[in-house]
Design a protein around this ligand. Structure first.
Ligand code: 2P0
Length: 312
């Protein structure tokens, strides 16, 4: 029995769209921070058949079954039982598939003695879910060509930013990210401009992180988020992941910033808002977001570490 843990990550420069070739390759470079207080715990054990249990319920997760099939095309892997659980809402825009596939490959690697290093685990995690490639690493992480294996670009200690996650709805989204981004690729007029701008956005965020330039990072992260949501909204049929509380949280973050608190928001394929700030502002940001109508609760996270094995 092998137990692995991985943390979700949130993209500051977003991935939304795939290359039209095998390997589940993002169409654009993207960059994230790994979060410490949210986690997926995955236990893998030998079994007479493959089984997947998610949050104590057996599920027929086709993405995981396809992933196992792909792994078996390269490795000997006997049937396994996978028990995975998240300490945060699943499938609701909080990157549960990122931490999920990162924890899964980490556990299988140890359980079946595949001999993969972190680079190769990142490669495999990406095939399961591209954002999962980034959760193999802690701190600030980039997923870039040509190999599309994630690379740590700065450790958490470089710039220990905090993220206040405002939960506005805990239900699972109806359209998966994979389906949504394919719809955007095929139908949004904004998709091509989105691809064209991504390299510059990535470079600007990379520099801002290197220089610990909060204002520059805030500008580019909000822009990347809003461009991605513009692509989503202009897809046919439209992809709208926001609810009134999402918008109210975004306004609250802008208002805080206008009043002098350095903070920025980012929103993924779901209605939760993540507000990123320096540690001294975390309490104020959390107080303000908790009071926004429609916010169920907030969770404050620091920067998390890499996916790892949890020793018994
Ligand atoms: C990201 N998202 O960069 C973006 C922002 C959602 C919005 O990566 O198809 O679950 O499994 O590779 O990784 C969510 O997409 O998609 C995602 P697949 P994934 O974090």
């Amino acid at each position: 029995m092998t137990h692995a843990r991985a943390h979700p990550n949130i993209a500051l420069v977003k991935y939304w769209g795939k290359q039209d070739k095998p390997g589940n390759l993002p169409a654009t470079p993207n960059l994230s921070i790994t979060l410490d207080n949210l986690a997926t715990d995955t236990v893998v054990s030998t079994h007479h058949q493959d089984e997947v249990w998610l949050n104590q319920k057996q599920v027929a997760d086709q993405k995981i079954f396809r992933f196992l099939e792909e792994l078996r095309s390269e490795f000997e892997l006997a049937p396994i039982r996978i028990e995975t659980s998240n300490n945060f809402p699943t499938g609701a825009g909080l990157a549960s598939s990122a931490s999920g596939f990162a924890a899964l490959i980490c556990a299988i690697n140890q359980h079946a003695d595949l001999g993969l290093n972190a680079d190769l685990m990142s490669d495999w995690a990406r095939r399961g879910s591209a954002s999962a490639a980034r959760s193999l690493f802690g701190g600030y992480v980039a997923l870039v060509p040509p190999l599309w294996r994630a690379q740590p670009i700065a450790p958490a200690s470089h710039w220990p930013l905090k993220t206040v996650v405002a939960i506005t709805n805990e239900t699972q989204k109806s359209i998966s990210s994979s389906e949504g981004m394919e719809r955007s690729r095929l139908t949004s007029d904004f998709y091509t401009p989105w691809l064209r701008g991504a390299g510059d956005d990535f470079a600007a965020a990379f520099d801002a992180i290197n220089n610990k330039d909060f204002a520059a990072l805030a500008e580019i992260a909000e822009l990347s988020c809003l461009k991605m949501h513009s692509v989503m909204l202009t897809s046919l049929p439209t992809l709208s992941y926001w609810n009134p509380a999402t918008l109210a949280c975004m306004d609250a973050v802008r208002e805080l910033r206008n009043q002098g608190t350095p903070v920025f928001f980012t929103v993924d394929a779901g209605p939760q808002v993540k507000a990123v700030c320096e540690p001294q502002h975390e309490t104020r940001v959390s107080e303000v977001l908790t009071q926004v109508p429609g916010v169920i609760r907030t969770i404050t996270c620091g920067l998390g570490n890499a996916a790892h094995i949890v020793e018994p």
